[in-house]
Design a protein around this ligand. Sequence first.
Ligand code: PMP
Length: 344
Amino acid sequence: MTIGFTEDTRSSRHHRRQTRPPTRFDLSLSENPFPPLPSVLRAVNQALVQANRYPEFLPRELPEIIARRVGVHGDQVVVGSGATGVAMQIMQAVGDGAEIVAGMPTFDGYPIIAEMIGMTLVPVPLDAAGNQDLAATRRAIDKRTAVVVVCRPHNPTGAVVPADELKSFLNAVPNRVTVILDEAYAEFLGPEDRVDTLALLRKHSNLLVLRTFSKAYGLAGLRIGYAYGRRELIERVHRLQLPFGVSATAVAAVSASYAAQPELAARIRHITEERESLRNALLACGHAVPRSHANFLYLPGPGVATALRRAQIAAKAYPDGSARIAVGDREAGRAVLAAVAGLR
Ligand code: PMP
């Protein structure tokens, strides 16, 4: 399957509406369709009882909890306001007004943050399957490059760069360049597609793995993200930690979520099953939807974004008429299918 991908490097920060327009289904932000689990809500409520108190000055408890789960030391984890907040902290810590190289299109946060902090984004077009082209990405790195991003799975296509390609890429990137391995959707990967990030970290001191509780854990509204890596690099990022910047509800929500792993795994299974059945239906209608390993699908244009908008379905739209939609809600999936079925 060969798909053309729009290469939109404009920051959408200035164009974004402050409030979302009325819609039947809002699939624009790759959110989890499920509300928080009752056990997570209870834990958050409990934490709110003490909301008159500040949280920790610099977060210690949350990094420790996450570190135990990931299998690293507490001082190898930095937490922040979603993966977006942590990405910004990383880029500020190591970016120094230089260049950031990323596959394009990518998660909006990267061009937005680059613009905010005075970094230049160097876009590298995706390959025909919607994967980040790591050979071209490697060629785009030069002496001005401070950061390179690899999203695995990639946003907006859901494609996954093969593990061996990632390993050769990491071997080829100069050590002075920080690599953000963005695993915002890692929990949706099948076991065969996972990479051993701890083994990668043993080899690469310039690597940071970025994750979030917004997607598989369904806690986008609480803004909890984290990165882990080697102590020295995390220490540099940690220097920019915002005092009192992570709320006590984050600690409660993460602990309760880790305790509810089986329920969360069932939700992930549900979302991926819905994704596969919707993709198959779209393929049957002639839409060349690339295989996704995340909680969204990329519907190549032209005309798709407009058809969804007319059907009052909010999607992330691209300049060539393509759209990215969140999956998992069967009713919303049916509405998407009805909206775009006649287009091809
Ligand atoms: N990375 C990628 C690839 C994403 O798609 C997103 C959210 N869309 C993020 C990071 C940031 O997620 P959050 O700030 O909600 O943790």
